[in-house]
Design a binder for this molecule. Sequence first.
Ligand SMILES: *Cc1c(COP(=O)(O)O)cnc(C)c1O
Length: 369
Amino acid sequence: MIPVCEPTLQGNEKKYVDKCVETNWISSSGTFIEEFEKRFSKFCGVKYGVSCSNGTVALHLALASIGIGKGDEVIVPTFSIIAVSNAVLYTGAIPVFVDSEMKTWNMNPDMIEEKITEKTKAIISMHTYGCPVDMDRIRKIADKHNLKIVEDAAEAHGATYKDRMAGSLGDVACFSFYANKIITTGEGGMVVTNDEKIADKARLLRNHAFTKPRFVHYEVGFNYRMTNIQAAIGVAQMERAGELLKGRRSNAPRYENELKGVDGITLPPECPYGTNVYWMYGILIDKDKFGMGKDEVMKELEQQGIETRSFFFPMHLQPVYKKNQAINCGGEYPVSEKLYAQGLYLPSSSHLTNEQIKKIGIALKSLKK
Ligand SMILES: *Cc1c(COP(=O)(O)O)cnc(C)c1O
C-alpha cells in the first residue's frame, strides 16, 4: 500500500528522543523546547515562537492572545478543516464562513467584505494544501476595517508569498506539527509572531496563566504545553527542513508529468506570487469528462494499493454547525461545494519515489473512460 502520507524520520529524531529519556527531561521543560522554538521561528522569519500541544490549540491560543472572545465574529474559510472554526468557538466567538476561489482553492478575498459586521474582529486566512494566500488583498481589507489577521499556516511550512515566508504574513500565525505535516513532532503546534505582546500573552495562557507568586492566577489559562520529547523530534526535523520541503515540492512536477493533459483531471494551482509547497497533492476529477467520479476513483485506487483522501467537507454543511442557531450556515458556497464534490489528494509524503508516482499515474489514467 502507498500511504496517503507518512512522516520522514530519517535524521536525528531517535537520537534526540533517546537523549530526553536518558536525561529524564520528558515533560514540558528541557533544552529542545527552546531550541525548536528558536529554530522554527527563525525559519519563518519572525521573532517569537510559542510551542504548544497541537495546531488546533495553536489557533485557540492565537485567537485568545489577540483578545477574541464572546460577542465577536471571526471570518473563516468554509473550505477548511474543522479545527479552524472550532477554535473560534472555543473562545466564545462565532465563525463566519466565506467561499473559496477556484484559482487557488483558498478563501476568496473579494467575498470577505460583504461578511464583515460591527462584531467582526479578525480574519483567519489559511494556505490550503500548501498554496499561499494572496495576503496583500486580505491585508487591505483587514486594515480598512481594523481587523487582525490570524494566519493558519499548518499546511504551508516553508511556503513563500512575494519573498516572505508563510508564518510572517499575518499579525500572528499558527502551525501544526501533526505527523502528516511537512515538519512534524508527532503531535504539536506553534504560535509565531513579531509582536512581543502577543507572544507573551500566548506564553502565559499556554501554561495556566501562572504568575508570581506561583499558584495565584488572574485569568483562565490552559495547559497547551509541548513536551521536550516532541520538541526533540522537531529539532531533528528542522536540521533537514530543506530536504523535506524539496521532497514535497518535487512531487508536483513528477505528478504533473504523469497527469498533464488528461481530460477531466484538474491539477493543483501554482501561484504566480509565491511558492506552493504542495503539502498535499490535490486534484479535481470532473465526472462527465473523466468518465468516473471522485468516490469511485478513490475506491478503485485503494484496490490497487494506493491510498487517497477526500477534500474537506465545507463548514456550512457540517451537521454540528447547522444545528447551532448562532452560526449562519445559509448562503451560497458553490466553489467549496464543487471542490468537495470533485477533490481528492494523492499520496504526498516527502520521500515518494519515482516508481511510486509512476505507478499512481498509470493507475489513475487506466480508470479514464
Ligand atoms: C492540521 C491542521 C490543523 C490542526 O492541527 P492539529 O495539530 O491536527 O490540531 C489546523 N489547520 C489546518 C489548516 C490544518 O491543516
